[in-house]
Design a protein around this ligand. Structure first.
Ligand SMILES: [Zn+2]
Ligand SMILES: [Zn+2]
Length: 314
């Protein structure tokens, strides 16, 4: 996994002339001593002046040094700045991952193919532990009812699926529909840890022939504290919201999983689904239509007889 950082400063965001002078001074000093340079984007005269620099993994110590200068300039002169990072999951991560996130084809949600969206999903209250309320936090109270014709139209703008039709389709709130072909692939591999619920075809009122909703038996919300590094606040054990920054991989203890190969990283157990690499690779070869990968999770092995009573999965 490769992390990059971006630092940006905007002259027009500075609160006063003093902060503007301090910003220019900081940029000049940095550029005379360090790389990568904070560069100005070329543009028309009316465009506000801004500077930015992107740092890669090799410049990790320098980005920390620039961050320290920015914090100091903010404290002394009110300089405002933007500091952001991004993790890039690469092929070599997918090749060595223990679990790989599973996403489906993304339908155009302006086609209201989910007929009972209003009654099936109710907003979940804020987390009782940390107060967070994420975009996927809904309770599902009944089976989903799908208008097949509208779903086909919602998917029509995507590249047509290969023979066999769609195998995975993303739904609102991170929920996922999968084909019976995909399900058969999981069963053939004796996959543990998943469950399905029928999806109702609105035209007939009967379960749809080819699609079911996939969810996991187990939600893994917090990582192994020994192997996972989280800077700043921790990860809420109730809702899984990260109040800090994950540095590197999310690790799960193998003795928490009981050999499950389908897991969720959301309390609903129906969103943020991952498959073991073995299963994901099987799916990509035999039921690939619409299947997309979404990040990696690692499994750590601790000595047998570890404290299984503290298993935080549910
Ligand atoms: Zn929480
Ligand atoms: Zn561990």
């Amino acid at each position: 996994m490769r992390r990059t950082w971006t630092v940006a400063l905007f002259e027009h965001e500075q609160p006063d002339a003093r902060a503007q002078r301090a910003t220019r001074r900081l940029v000049d000093e940095w550029n005379s001593e360090q790389t990568p340079a904070l560069t100005t984007l070329p543009g028309p005269d009316w465009m506000p002046t801004s500077w930015r620099a992107t740092f890669d993994e090799a410049a990790r110590d320098r980005v920390e040094s620039l961050r320290a200068r920015l914090v100091a300039a903010h404290d002394s002169d009110g300089v405002e700045y933007h500091f952001a990072w991004r993790d890039h999951v690469e092929e070599e991560d997918y090749a060595s991952a223990d679990f790989i996130g599973l996403l489906g084809a993304e339908p155009d949600l302006s086609f209201r193919f989910l007929v009972n969206e209003q009654t099936a999903f109710t907003p979940a209250p804020p987390c009782p532990t940390c107060g967070a309320q994420g975009p996927l936090d809904v309770a599902q109270d009944e089976p989903l009812v799908i208008d097949r014709k509208l779903l086909d139209r919602a998917l029509a703008d995507l590249e047509r699926p290969a023979p066999g039709g769609w195998d995975a389709v993303g739904l609102p709130y991170g929920r996922l529909l999968v084909s019976h072909r995909l399900l058969a692939t999981l069963r053939e591999r004796h996959a543990r840890g998943h469950r399905t619920s029928p999806v109702i075809d609105a035209a007939t009122g009967e379960p749809a022939d080819e699609l079911v909703q996939l969810s996991a038996d187990r939600a893994v919300l917090v990582p192994c504290p020994e192997h996972t590094r989280v800077d700043g606040g921790g990860i809420c054990p109730t809702c899984g919201t990260s109040h800090g920054t994950l540095d590197g991989y999310f690790w799960i203890r193998d003795d928490w999983l009981d050999d499950d190969e389908v897991i969720s990283q959301h309390p609903s157990r129906a969103a943020v689904l991952s498959l073991s690499r073995r299963l994901l690779e099987a799916v990509r070869s035999s039921a690939p239509n619409g299947v997309r990968r979404n990040g990696v999770t690692m499994v750590c092995r601790h000595r047998a007889g570890g404290d299984r009573r503290s298993n935080p999965t549910r």
